[in-house]
Design a protein around this ligand. Sequence first.
Ligand SMILES: Nc1ncnc2c1ncn2[C@@H]1O[C@H](COP(=O)(O)OP(=O)(O)OP(=O)(O)O)[C@@H](O)[C@H]1O
Length: 374
Amino acid sequence: MKRYRNGEIWDFEHEKIAVGGAFIRENSIFNVNKMNHSGRKVILGIDGGTTSTVCVCMPLIPFTQPLPDPLPVLARAVAGCSNHNSVGESAARDTLEQVMADALIKSASTRSAVQAVCLSVAGVDHPTDQDRILNWLREIFPSHVRLFVQNDAVAALASGTMGKLHGCVLIASTGTIAYGFTEDGREARAAGAGPILGDWGSGYGIAAQALTAVIRAHDGRGPQTSLTLGILHKLNLSSPDELIGWTYADPSWARIAALVPVVVSSAEAGDLVANKILHDAVQELSSSVKAVVQRLDLCGEDGKDYFPLVMVGGVLEANKRWDIGNEVMNCISKDFPGVRPIRPKVEPAVGAALLAWNFLMRECHQEPLTSYYS
Ligand SMILES: Nc1ncnc2c1ncn2[C@@H]1O[C@H](COP(=O)(O)OP(=O)(O)OP(=O)(O)O)[C@@H](O)[C@H]1O
């Protein structure tokens, strides 16, 4: 079977690639079969984010054994953004192909050793996103390879539950999302629609509120705040007027979101405006979790049923005095005393690999237990 991509001719059956009749691209998912390997079967877990994309290669752990601690990660590869909403379909796909190829090469494994792939990637918001990605994954891997495509929040949940899809995850980093599953497979999400559509508890949301408060104070439309000095000092600017040029120069969400620690410091020093911004963020983040928990009825009729809440992201990291993650937990546990917070010990890409492993194990229960691994 031949494929034509980026002006190159790929002979999929024979693992060859010709560019202008001569060049063979070394580091591609299509030619990793050129490498030596041990015959070991492997699983790929990919966490595709807006900042970076991580792929881990894990051996297929026998289903008869408990998961080892620490988990055996054969290789880890890192690439750039794979959110198709940010960089477009073609660039996202190239990044994902590259990071999978790198992980296979680093682990001295081959494409034919892959038994399952779980691609957990930002920008998978609709079944059509899932289908599109599954289709091109199917072009890469042989038909026996099991393929799973999920929103990146799902791998974050799995990283806290060791691959089990039950409970809720709250991510608060540059963006924010809450995502949950019931044990019988129902799912729900809240937020994660981007800052324009109301992700106010995110790093971007908090920092944008802080910048707005500085401009309002400067204009005389709002109360004075120590955020002014803190943010100007951090950005090496001398007047709030200069913030206008600073934001126009590069309005990228992560650049704005990086100001959250300044807001935390001002709040810890007693600034009322900064405190209000953080309290509002806590309410926003808690309401996302509560919406998911209620829609899925994770908490039972009296709100006391146990459910895990996996908490991920820089905004939820512990601070000395103003601990946003802790405040969110306090707020949620008032309504749902059965909530159990989990701070994952493994990264989301490992969560994605564990998801693939769990899916395989579930399927395998219909078959002799030894049939899926060597
Ligand atoms: N001590 C802190 N307290 C509160 N927020 C913090 C702290 N340190 C960093 N942050 C904020 O955390 C956010 C970054 O989070 P994180 O590193 O989890 O994700 P990210 O860079 O958005 O990457 P990804 O693409 O994986 O989401 C930024 O908004 C940053 O300002």
